[in-house]
Ligand binder design. Structure first.
Ligand code: 2YG
Length: 262
């Protein structure tokens, strides 16, 4: 799991409406509508009071992380606040300040828990489903329905699950043959390609931690790429050539988590 740094998220909360407009142009839907599609939820969401609890374990607090998560939730209409305290005392504060849901992240996981209905949302799963949903919407206008998913980790598998639910033909590109085989056993309907780098693809979900993995030779000028990953998984030549690139560091994953726990 890649760890964000302060500069990654510095201006993010000021550009939320801009990102929303970009997504509307690319997919025909807003940030929240994409998250709702990803989780099969109807809008408007049930109002939920949410606490974001800063966590100091491991490598510690990322400056701006809790503030950015909270800003995204508030932008999406949630009643969200950051606890003054951190860790367990922050969790306690959340509880006593009437939060029904807490969002918190350590170095291994970023999750949302609903105190009452027991629903849980993991950011990797939400990110995979949210970006697959955005790609699915962006590609809806065109008939072809084959999507290359790069990476069989938690994000890639969540993207595969969403796409299979929509009867999309999924092709998996995964460099680790053991991971690829295990994924093929878990999702028998997917096609596993040994060397995707030799191919040209119209629709790609990039869910690997490898920078600039997708090259111009792998796509056409009609291609649409959903690339949640940090570092950015699209080489400069491919980013210029593609018709659409759907990329944001926290927004779509957090919007999808909100829909998952509401
Ligand atoms: O509470 C804090 O400030 C820190 N404990 C947050 C640590 C978050 C570490 N994880 C990441 O930076 C990313 N994996 C978050 C999700 C990125 C989008 N998929």
């Amino acid at each position: 799991m890649t760890r964000l740094v302060k500069k990654d998220i510095a201006e993010l909360d000021k550009n939320l409406s801009h990102l929303d407009r970009l997504l509307e142009v690319a997919t025909g839907k807003s940030l929240l509508e994409i998250g709702a599609l990803a989780m099969g939820k109807a809008l408007p969401l049930i109002p939920t009071r949410i606490a974001v609890v800063p966590i100091t374990t491991g490598l510690g607090i990322i400056q701006g992380f809790s503030e950015t998560v909270t800003a995204i939730l508030v932008y999406l209409g949630a009643d969200a606040f950051i606890t003054e305290k951190t860790d367990v005392s922050g969790l306690q504060e959340a509880f006593f300040r009437g939060a029904e849901v807490v969002f918190m992240a350590d170095d291994q996981a970023f999750s949302a828990f609903h105190f009452k209905n027991g629903i849980f949302s993991d950011n990797s799963v939400a990110t995979g489903r949210g970006f697959a949903a955005a790609l699915y919407l962006a590609a809806k206008a065109q008939a072809e329905r084959e999507v290359l998913v790069l990476g069989a980790g938690p994000v890639g598998q969540a993207a595969i699950e969403f796409l299979l639910e929509k009867n999309v033909l999924v092709v998996l590109g995964e460099i680790d043959q053991d991971k690829a085989r295990a994924c093929g056993e878990k999702y028998p309907d997917i096609k596993i390609v040994a060397d995707w780098t030799a191919g040209v693809y119209q629709y790609i979900v990039e869910a690997t931690p490898i920078p600039e993995l997708i090259k111009a030779k792998n796509i056409t000028d009609q291609s649409i790429i959903a690339a949640p990953g940090v570092p950015f998984g699209v080489a400069p030549g491919a980013a210029e050539k593609a018709d659409q690139i759907i990329h944001n560091l926290l927004e779509l994953g957090v919007a999808t988590m909100l829909c998952a726990i509401s």
